[in-house]
Design a binder for this molecule. Structure first.
Ligand SMILES: Cc1cc2nc3c(=O)[nH]c(=O)nc-3n(C[C@H](O)[C@H](O)[C@H](O)COP(=O)(O)OP(=O)(O)OC[C@H]3O[C@@H](n4cnc5c(N)ncnc54)[C@H](O)[C@@H]3O)c2cc1C
Length: 380
C-alpha cells in the first residue's frame, strides 16, 4: 500500500513535534503531513533544561520553571546571576501533551504508530517503509534513524546520567538556583558531577552525571545519588517521586544523511546535540525555526543551519582533553566558571559568542593541555 503526503515527520520526539507545531503555526502551504513514531509519547521520560534570553517562543506556555541564577561547585561554590538569560525547564510530558493537543483537531496532520524500517530520499519522492505500508512525500524530516560516521581517531563520549526527583521532609533546597555542575564528588578518574534542579524548597531533581565512553550500572548511579543526598542534606528524610535516566551523544563524529537529498535530518540525528555538553533542546529549536522559514519561502531544498565550524572544533578539542585525562575535568570546568563572565560562557555554550569572547574563554583554560589537543585536532 502506498500513501502520499506533503511532508513526513519520522520520529515524534523533541525535534519532530517541535517541527510539526511550528509548521501548524506557520504560513507554510501543505495539505497533509504524516507523523510517525514507534511508540506513543505519553510518559514523562525526560526533563529539558536550556538557557535563553528570549522567552517569546512557541514553547513559552509549557516552561514549567525558570531561574535567573545558576550555581557551579567544585573546590568552592560559585553562584551567578545570569540575567538577561533565564535557565528554563520543560517537563517531557508537558511538551508531548502540548504538541499533540496543538495538532489534534487539525486534520492536515495524521499520526501513525509503527516501527520505521527504512527511509529513502534519492528518488523523485522520499519514501518511508513500515512492515505494512510505504509512505511517500516531497520531503521526510528524520529524527528517528541515526547514522554516525564514526572514525577511529574520534572521541565519541556519552553524557550519561540517572536522577531522582525527591521530596525532602524539610525546606533544605535552594529553590532559587539550579546547580549546573557540582564536582564535589569522587571523580573516579573520570568526569563526574551532580546536577540539581530545584522545583521548590523541598523538591529537587538530583542527577548523577558522567561524561565518558560508556554509562555505568543502575546500582552505581543509585548508590552515588544516595551518598550525595546523605552528604549534602545530612539526615533529612526524603521520598523518591520520579526517576530519570538517559544518555546523550557527545560525539566528535558527525551524524550523517546517507538517505538522499529528500531526507532532512533533524534533532540529534541532525547533529543538534552539542558534543561538549550534550545540550540539544535549544539547538533543535534554532534548526527547526530555520527549516520552517525555508519552507515558508516555498523552498523544498532545505539546507540545514550551518553553524560556524569553529564551535565544532572547540568541542573536539575539549573532548580530546577530557579523553586524555592528563588534567582533571573538574579543573577544566572550574577554570571556565571561575575565570570568565557567566554570560560570556553561556553565549559560548549556546554557540552565540563572538570570536573575542571565544578567545577570552580559551585563554582561561589550562594552556599546555589545550594547545596540544588544539594542534592535534586541526588535522584529525
Ligand atoms: C533523559 C534525557 C534528558 C535530557 N535532558 C536534556 C536537557 O535538559 N537539555 C537538553 O538540551 N537536552 C537534553 N536531552 C537531550 C535531547 O534534548 C533529547 O534527547 C531530545 O529528545 C532529542 O530530540 P530528538 O527529536 O532528536 O530525539 P527524540 O526526542 O529521542 O525523538 C526521536 C523519536 O524517534 C522515535 N524512533 C526511533 N526509532 C524509531 C523507529 N525505528 N521507528 C519509529 N520511531 C522511531 C523515538 O521513539 C522517538 O520518539 C535529554 C535527553 C534525555 C534522554
Amino acid at each position: 500500500m502506498r500513501q502520499d503526503y506533503d511532508y513526513i515527520i519520522a520520529g515524534m520526539g523533541c525535534a519532530g513535534l517541535s517541527l510539526a507545531v511550528q509548521l501548524k503555526q506557520s504560513k507554510v502551504p501543505f495539505s497533509k503531513i504524516l507523523l510517525i513514531d514507534k511508540t506513543p509519547k505519553n510518559t514523562n521520560d525526560r526533563t529539558w533544561c536550556f538557557w535563553t534570553k528570549t522567552e517569546e517562543q512557541w514553547y513559552a506556555p509549557i516552561i514549567h520553571k525558570k531561574w535567573n541564577h545558576l550555581t557551579f561547585a567544585a573546590d568552592k561554590t560559585m553562584s551567578f546571576d545570569i540575567s538577561p538569560y533565564r535557565y528554563c525547564l520543560i517537563r517531557g510530558i508537558d511538551f508531548y501533551n502540548y504538541c499533540l493537543n496543538e495538532l489534534s483537531g487539525d486534520d492536515r496532520f495524521e499520526i501513525v504508530y509503527a516501527n520505521i524500517l527504512k527511509i529513502k530520499g534519492d528518488g523523485h519522492l522520499a519514501e518511508l517503509q513500515t512492515t505494512q505500508t510505504t509512505y511517500t512525500a516531497k520531503l521526510i524530516f528524520n529524527s528517528a534513524i541515526q547514522k554516525v560516521d564514526a572514525k577511529q581517531n574520534h572521541v565519541n563520549f556519552v553524557q550519561h546520567f540517572k536522577g531522582w526527583k525527591v521530596a525532602f521532609e524539610k525546606e533544605v533546597v535552594d529553590a532559587e538556583s539550579p546547580v549546573f555542575m557540582d564536582f564535589g564528588i569522587d571523580q573516579k578518574n573520570d568526569c563526574r558531577f551532580v546536577y540539581t534542579i530545584p522545583y521548590s524548597k523541598k523538591v529537587a531533581l538530583i542527577e548523577y552525571t558522567g561524561f565518558s565512553n560508556h554509562a555505568i550500572s543502575v546500582e552505581e548511579y543509585d548508590a552515588e545519588i544516595m551518598a550525595y543526598i546523605h552528604k549534602k542534606y545530612k539526615d533529612i528524610a526524603y521520598e523518591i517521586l520520579e526517576e530519570e535516566q538517559g544518555q546523550i551523544p557527545m560525539f566528535e563524529s558527525a551524524f550523517i544523511n546517507p538517505f538522499g537529498p529528500k531526507v532532512v535530518n533533524i534533532g540529534t540525528a541532525g547533529n543538534a546535540s552539542k558534543a561538549s555538553s550534550g545540550y540539544t533542546f535549544y539547538f533543535i529549536q534554532k534548526a527547526v525555526k530555520d527549516i520552517v522559514m525555508q519552507l515558508q519561502n516555498q523552498n523544498d531544498k532545505i539546507s540545514l543551519v550551518k553553524k560556524p565550524a569553529r564551535f565544532h572544533y572547540y568541542d573536539k578539542v575539549l573532548l580530546d582533553v577530557l579523553n586524555k585525562k592528563e588534567v582533571p575535568a573538574k579543573t577544566v570546568f572550574e577554570k571556565l566558571f571561575q575565570n570568565n563572565k557567566i554570560n560570556d560562557l553561556l553565549d559560548f555554550l549556546n554557540e552565540e559568542s563572538t570570536v573575542v569572547q571565544d578567545l577570552k574563554i580559551i585563554n582561561s583554560l589550562p594552556k599546555k593541555h589545550f594547545i596540544f589537543s588544539g594542534i592535534k585536532k586541526l588535522w584529525c
